[in-house]
Write a new protein. Sequence first.
Length: 262
Amino acid sequence: MFIDYSTKLFGIIGKKISYTLSPAIHNYSFEKLGINAVYLAFDIEEEKYDLIVKGLLEVGEGFNVTIPYKEKIIPLLEGLSKEAEEIGAVNTIFKKKGFNTDYLAVKSLVLEKGEKIEKSLIFGAGGAAKAASFALSSLGSEIFIINRTRDKAQELVNRLTERGYYAKVVESCNFSYDAVVNSTPNPSYIPDECIKGKLAIEFVYSPLITEFLIKASKKGLRVINGLEILVRQALEAQKIWFGKSLNDKEVVDFLYARKLVR
């Protein structure tokens, strides 16, 4: 990598993100695509958030956004894509405009699995849950939300129903559904009896094979793991930034070759 006056700045904005694979994915991609850019991780404490993020948005070309800032960053942006505005969460920024490539990743990966999803149970109600809920809703699924904080779950349900989708807050999983989604940071949060249906979707990618996915596989569910979502959303972000990207397999092979995935 040769850095000069013309090198563009990209990066990921989040808190406690030492685990992130995004710099590895994007810097490898920039080199392979012949793009003069560098991608850094910005681990930002909340008390310094406004000062640092406002400055980054002024000097940077594009960013990814992760926990806990996918919703908080919206007021600092100058515009949103249709999906990001509908969802109310942003995970990709280009020239101060917000996008949601988590939504694009989940939607495309579910379509590739070829399963008809009519009902989905989603654990969590944050930015990842919003992206998954809207992606699955757009594919015709009814949405059921379980979250520790019922008020936040109800906010997500209201957001979905206001846009014409069916959604409901539930306290248990004693009903039938096709997809179960972990959008929380804790895969062990999902009770065993709730791991059922046709498809399990996991947002956590470290470790790659979580307790949730192990149980889902043993029960015969097809799975979408966190690495698949991470790589797909990253490549969708590159398409927004540059109009091109590598393919998923090339990036995943690189991560395994560098022993960055466990």
